[in-house]
Design a protein around this ligand. Structure first.
Ligand SMILES: [Zn+2]
Ligand SMILES: [Zn+2]
Length: 638
């Protein structure tokens, strides 16, 4: 264990010590360190409360102050059983003891009166534990199996010193305030409905505005870079994915195939068992096998998958990736080297099967829309195209105020033979990725063994305002799919050549990216992204008519404006606009209305005084057009 892990793990022992002092009847399971702290799983009829955490933490502090040494004791299996029985901890600890293989050392660690079955290691004295905090209680099934009893898991965190602990707690608090699931609900950005399905995002009107604005922005940048927009359906035939290799190799990460009803009825009539249906879905024709193996030059599809044509069963897949569809668009026409690169972009929706335990708001979902594109180019063009992809990322991230990011270059593992394609091509592609990453002027790491089997890749990791890292999307160079689909272009020599493909979805998916942005901005979106940009607050009944006229004017100017017609006091209206995080509130009193002006309140900068309607409109439109970030430092005098 690292020194920090030792601190955290020793805290689990001290927590268990405190639990047994306050709740002697508690039965203990295990207490390992985690990436950010530690926990202990406890079986106890009493439900732990927040007050219990306070008491337990105080008791832990006592244990730390007692300066107990952690003493290791190696014992035989029989002695171990005796120690466990003597403490009345046989319910879980005997099972944990049985997990230790025969012949391996069995050890206990004792601190003060507490002794626990444990391999170690720990700090030497409990007084080394100076900075810890209990955080929460959660249910956890014994051994993670829902058929077993649910235990109570107490989570805590610990650091080497109080400053680091305070910093971590501050970050946790910030993260809680920024949680996109909470803000998504409060600001009505998206909804997940059990009846629709977990992991499937319903974009409500407010969230849809953000997504649409982002897509428009990204599309504008793509047009500048010579991309062409395409649209493709949400499903495709299984045969397509057998050719690409996505099926059945990644079937665990995909929804099961969709069968044509006729085919399904036929199988039912034949009393065909389920396993056979799947086997036939996964089977290929001898012809397809021959073609793919000939193109790839190796045993890519094995003989055992071949079935007579009459037994083959085709179905459809919910698209797990957009690449095969874009490949078919490229292949639908002959290409000369003069046409290349061909850059096809689509906000393409794909579906992946994530375990329900893995799902999380917008950031882990089962259906998502990638900011996808596929570039078909000559080998000489790879470097320039990868560079183009990176410059797009730079533009978008800097516009969103996410200047702090790093890049990971995934290279092949030189000792592995799982990679397709010529070594010389790999060298070139890897050098292109490296060179492109270097030009970004941001930190990048090379990670051997992290390449896809068909080519190297570049991943983006952004750091948000509170210091958390988010992995976004990727750029991948691919020599493999053009072979499997037998793609070609006619070169200057009048001969057919194989294009190289670049897959790129730099922001991953719109769902994930929006989830990250909600947390990054804490719901305070820049004006161009804000679902509601301006709210008009008439001071009284008397200014409702001019307020309606102003609303019509703002909307005609393309601004997303609303009017607060509630009859309550101005103060209440201002508070409501604050809670809804509306960037601008325009207060309209009779004096302003008669003078053709409004009193402007910026959410970021406070009261900005009275402006004429024309000046106000011009300013808002400019802020939208510039995609300006909310600048809290630029506070102007009231
Ligand atoms: Zn231990
Ligand atoms: Zn792709």
């Amino acid at each position: 264990m690292t020194p920090l892990e030792e601190i955290r793990h020793s805290c689990s022992h001290v927590l268990a010590t405190a639990v047994l002092r306050l709740f002697p009847e508690a039965k203990l399971d295990i207490g390992p360190p985690t990436d950010t702290g530690f926990y202990y799983d406890i079986d106890l009829d009493h439900r732990f409360t927040a007050e219990d955490l306070v008491r337990l933490e105080a008791e832990m502090r006592k244990v730390a102050d007692e300066n107990q040494p952690f003493l290791r004791k190696e014992v035989s299996r029989e002695e171990a059983v005796e120690i466990i029985r003597a403490r009345g901890q046989e319910r879980y600890k005997l099972g944990r003891l049985a997990d230790i293989p025969e012949g391996e050392k069995i050890s206990f660690y004792q601190n003060g009166e507490f002794i626990d079955l444990c391999a170690g290691t720990h700090v030497r004295y409990s007084s080394k534990l100076k900075a810890f905090k209990l955080l929460s209680i959660a249910g956890a099934y014994h051994r993670g199996d829902e058929r077993n009893k649910q235990l109570q898991r107490i989570y805590g965190t610990a650091f080497a010193n109080k400053e680091e602990l305070a910093q971590h707690l501050h970050q946790l608090e910030q993260a809680r305030l920024r949680d996109h699931r909470k803000l998504g609900r409060d600001l009505k950005l998206f909804h997940i409905d059990d009846e629709v399905g977990q992991g499937l995002i319903l974009w409500t009107p407010n969230g849809a505005v953000i997504r649409q604005e982002l897509q428009t922005f990204i599309s504008e940048e793509l047009r500048k870079q010579g991309y062409a927009q395409v649209f493709t359906p949400h499903i495709g035939k299984l045969e397509l994915y057998k050719t690409s290799g996505h099926f059945p190799y990644y079937k665990d990460a995909q929804f099961a195939p969709v069968l044509e009803s006729d085919a399904l009825a036929r199988m039912v009539a034949e009393n065909c068992p389920c396993g056979e249906v799947f086997a036939r879905l996964e089977a290929v024709s001898g012809q397809l096998r021959e073609q793919i193996n000939a193109r790839t030059g190796r045993e890519t599809i094995t003989a055992d998958r071949v079935r007579p044509d009459a037994e083959l069963l085709d179905g459809f897949m919910l698209k797990p990736m957009n690449c095969p569809h874009h490949i078919k668009i490229f292949a639908s026409q002959p290409h000369s080297y003069r046409d290349l690169p061909v850059r096809l972009a689509e906000f393409g929706t794909v579906y992946r099967w994530e375990q329900s335990g893995e799902l999380n708001g917008m950031t882990r979902v089962r259906g998502f829309t990638q900011d996808d594109a596929h570039l078909f180019c000559t080998e000489e063009q790879v470097a320039a195209e990868v560079l183009g992809c990176l410059s797009l990322v730079r533009t978008v991230l800097s516009t969103l105020g996410m200047a702090d990011y790093r890049v990971r270059v995934g290279l092949r593992d030189p000792d592995s033979n799982k990679y397709t394609g010529e070594a010389a091509n790999w060298d070139k592609a890897e050098e292109a990725c490296r060179a492109a990453a270097r030009t970004l002027g941001v930190p990048f790491t090379e990670e051997p063994g992290e390449a896809a089997f068909y080519g190297p890749k570049i991943d983006f990791v952004v750091r948000d305002v509170i210091g958390r890292e988010w992995q976004l999307g990727t750029v991948q160079v691919d020599y493999n799919l053009p072979i499997r689909f037998d793609l070609s272009y006619i070169g200057a020599d009048n001969q057919p050549h194989r294009p190289v493909m670049i897959h790129r979805a730099p922001f991953g998916s719109m769902e994930r990216f929006c989830g990250v942005l909600i947390e990054h901005f804490a719901g305070d979106f820049p004006l161009w992204l804000a679902p509601e940009q301006v709210r008009i607050l008439p001071i009284s009944e008397k200014t409702i008519e001019p307020a309606r006229a102003l609303l019509a004017r703002l909307r005609a100017e393309g601004l997303r404006a609303t009017l607060d017609e509630h009859s309550d006091k101005l103060g209440a209206k201002i508070r409501r606009a604050e809670i809804d995080k509306v960037p601008y509130a325009l207060v309209l009193g009779q004096k302003e209305a008669e003078a053709g002006g409004v009193s402007v309140r910026s959410r970021a900068r406070g009261d900005e005084g009275v402006l004429t309607t024309d000046a106000c409109v011009a300013r808002l439109r400019a802020e939208v057009a510039n995609r300006a970030l909310p600048d809290r430092r630029k506070a102007t005098p009231a």
